[in-house]
Design a protein around this ligand. Structure first.
Ligand code: ADE
Length: 224
């Protein structure tokens, strides 16, 4: 899978690229690349944003700058690009990221994530260049970078072979294996601490009973 992130702060992703599941994904041939719109801007002094028409606080990412950056990267009109690959703007009001959306995105060959800053994007970017808008929650971040990392994190860990076998993503919260329910509780040594005992069934070595107990715990956690 190829993930391109358009961001004015590519250096922020240096830390993210060093995380183990990300390095695993990169070693398997997947890519995560940052594109800085400032490098392709047709404007002087590296300008990428401007004050909003009609007045108001903050700065808005310019449509001409985003078009130049997308054209420089992909060599096609960005209006046509979104037919070929998902071009996703990170916005507070977009489709809420959940496990189903992460699984859907993990099935794509390539995605592009656009990070807004300040007051966000000129609306024409959203209308004409993007296929989706995604939000990581109904709150406003200072920019889309952290949201892009959240999307890339949850998508990359779903790619086959990215997680070690000890960290299988098969039976985790919200997975089909748990019928979309939260995960069951986990315990490790010591079996007792300050009188808090691990449930006996988990120490029984009885695999079927353990599996049934876990399913029941998971089901209970999904109740309102
Ligand atoms: N940009 C600013 N806030 C955001 C959010 N909550 N989700 C995605 N992108 C954002």
């Amino acid at each position: 899978m190829n993930i391109d992130v358009f961001t004015l702060f590519p250096e922020w992703f240096g830390w993210f690229r060093g995380q183990r599941h990300v390095t695993n994904a990169l070693a398997l041939g997947h890519t995560l690349e940052c594109v800085d719109p400032r490098e392709a801007t047709p404007l002087k002094w590296g300008q990428v944003d401007d004050t909003p028409f009609g007045g108001g606080a903050g700065m808005v990412l310019r449509v001409d700058v985003m078009e130049a950056a997308l054209r420089a990267r992909y060599g096609v009109d960005p209006v046509a690009l979104r037919e070929r690959r998902r071009v996703i703007a990170l916005t507070p009001g977009g489709r809420l990221l959940d496990e189903a959306l992460a699984t859907e995105l993990a099935g794509e060959e390539a995605i592009t994530l656009l990070c807004g800053r300040y007051e966000g994007f000129d609306e024409r970017i959203l209308e004409h260049f993007t296929s989706d808008q995604v939000s990581i929650g109904r709150y406003v971040l200072a920019g889309g970078e952290l949201a892009a990392m959240v999307v890339a994190d949850t998508v990359m860990r779903k790619l086959p072979g990215v997680l070690g076998k000890d960290e299988s993503a098969l039976e985790e919260s919200f997975s089909p294996a748990l019928e979309g329910a939260p995960e069951y509780p986990h315990y490790t040594r010591p079996a007792e601490w300050r009188g808090w005992r691990v449930p006996d069934v988990l120490l029984s070595g009885h695999h079927e009973r353990i599996a049934a107990w876990r399913r029941e715990q998971s089901r209970r956690r999904s109740l309102p």
